[in-house]
Design a protein around this ligand. Structure first.
Ligand code: IMP
Length: 432
């Protein structure tokens, strides 16, 4: 890509179904990056950062928040839940963490309490086979309002008079839907308006023109990291629709979600977990419902950071991974949770699918195709022992190195970072 910009704009995305360990990788960057930006999704994300054994989960705030002196931004593409936003800020303060300067786009849409009520009502009214398994965080209904041009944006919280009118209009419609369609109780105006006015007051100091600040930062040669939430296969357009989230989780979303121009991009970092997980409904060809799945779940702590739900687990799906890497134009891979695969006699990798008796290595997001797809595996030797103390590629067991090289060869993308444990320091950096 030809770039005429002076700054460094890197984008980091999840290459699977989310929960790839993006928070840890973003946190790793901390000392080099000037500005961390979230550009899509909302409090449905769960970015876990472990510092000196202490676990911090960011659902909404960028994972760079723990770096004082840095700037963290919530871009216009995010749907912002003010209660969650203020809670996370409060908790960081209470736990005594120094934190980055935070700037929120006035154009980010606000997840209102009625979005969460609607999310849950819609999900419970879906038939068993059509349930999505949403996080119940109001993400879908909030993006619906955004695209229907009925939404409230952060800037609307700042003006009490116009807020009053907008909340009244919104409630007229939402209460109609809630009572008539879903048999729920109507939501009283004061229950929404008064807290919303207070959120506006509390958030006002953080609101700023993130797009302008980012464009200036690029001109000033700053290092910007765009932090994707969820994963490619949950993308509203390119994921396994309808079992997806409601935002653009691919790198393309980084530009509409911030206002940065596409030619400002200097590097694309794919975060890939050493095996596959998925939470919520929808097809997952390599899902293992037996012992292997359970063992990965236990060893990998594969329980949702937002909902606590058990994640579905299985071997690495190379067919899906190749699709995700191509779609996002990945330059490098950050491979996470390699340690979870330790002590297995053998490790399998899905290299193609059998669909209706035909072998294919082409991914297709069509749900019927994926439900029919039977994974065809290649078997690699495993390795024994704890690798969480390894600090270099050479210190890894040879078969663990072979697994990494196998992934590089099969995808054509080099691995620039390897996660060997949960802590910030349990990482082998090969030049990320
Ligand atoms: P929603 O984003 O809450 O609407 O949920 C839609 C789908 O995306 C569900 O299958 C969720 O489980 C999944 N999902 C949403 N956020 C995440 C995430 O951060 N990690 C993994 N899955 C997610």
């Amino acid at each position: 890509m030809t770039s005429t910009v002076k700054g460094k704009v890197e984008i980091l995305f999840g290459a699977q179904w989310g929960d790839e360990g993006k928070g840890k990788v973003v946190d790793m960057f901390g000392s080099e990056v000037d500005i961390f930006v979230r550009y899509q999704g909302g409090a449905n994300a769960g970015h876990t950062v472990i510092v000196e054994g202490k676990k911090i989960i960011f659902k909404l705030l960028p994972s760079g928040m723990l770096y004082p002196g840095k700037v963290c931004m919530i871009g216009n593409g995010v749907v912002l839940d003010p209660e969650q936003f203020l809670k996370e800020l409060r908790e960081l303060g209470e736990r005594g963490y120094e934190r980055a300067r935070l700037v929120v786009s006035p154009h980010a849409h606000v997840v209102m309490p009625y979005h969460k009520t609607l999310d849950k009502a819609q999900e419970s009214h879906r038939s068993k086979e059509h349930k999505i398994g949403t996080t119940g965080r109001g993400i879908g209904p909030c993006y619906v309002d955004k695209y229907a041009r009925n939404g409230l944006r952060v800037e609307d919280l700042l003006d009490a008079d116009s807020l009053r009118k907008k909340v009244a209009d919104a409630l007229e419609e939402k209460n109609h839907i809630l009572t008539k369609l879903y048999g729920e109780n109507p939501i009283p105006f004061d229950e929404i308006y008064e807290p919303a006015r207070d959120w506006g007051k509390a958030m006002a100091p953080y609101v700023g023109d993130t797009t302008d600040l980012l464009l200036k930062a690029v001109d000033e040669g700053k290092h910007i990291l765009l932090e994707g939430a969820q994963g490619t296969l949950l993308d509203i357009d390119h994921g396994t629709y309808p079992y997806v989230t409601s935002s653009s989780t691919t790198t393309a979303g980084g530009f509409t979600g911030t206002g940065l121009p596409i030619n400002s991009l200097t590097r694309v970092i794919a975060v890939v977990k050493a095996y596959t997980t998925r939470v919520g409904e929808g097809p997952m060809p390599t899902e293992d419902k037996g012992e292997l799945g359970e063992s990965l779940r236990q060893k990998g702590g594969e329980f949702g950071a937002v909902t606590g739900r058990a994640r579905r687990c299985g071997w690495l799906d190379m067919v899906a991974l190749r699709y995700a890497l191509r779609l996002n134009g990945a330059d490098v891979i950050a491979l996470t949770k390699l340690d979870v695969l330790s002590d297995m006699d053998e490790i399998k990798v899905c290299t193609s699918y059998d669909v209706g008796g035909k072998k294919t290595d082409a991914f297709n997001t069509n749900v019927d195709f994926l439900e029919e797809a039977k994974p065809l595996y290649e078997t690699l030797p495993g390795w024994k022992g704890d690798i969480s103390h390894c600090e270099s590629l050479d210190s890894l067991p040879p078969t663990a190195r072979d697994y990494i090289h196998y992934i590089e060869k099969a995808t054509g993308v080099s691995v620039a970072l390897i996660g060997v444990g949960a802590d910030r320091n349990q990482t082998i950096n090969l030049g990320l």
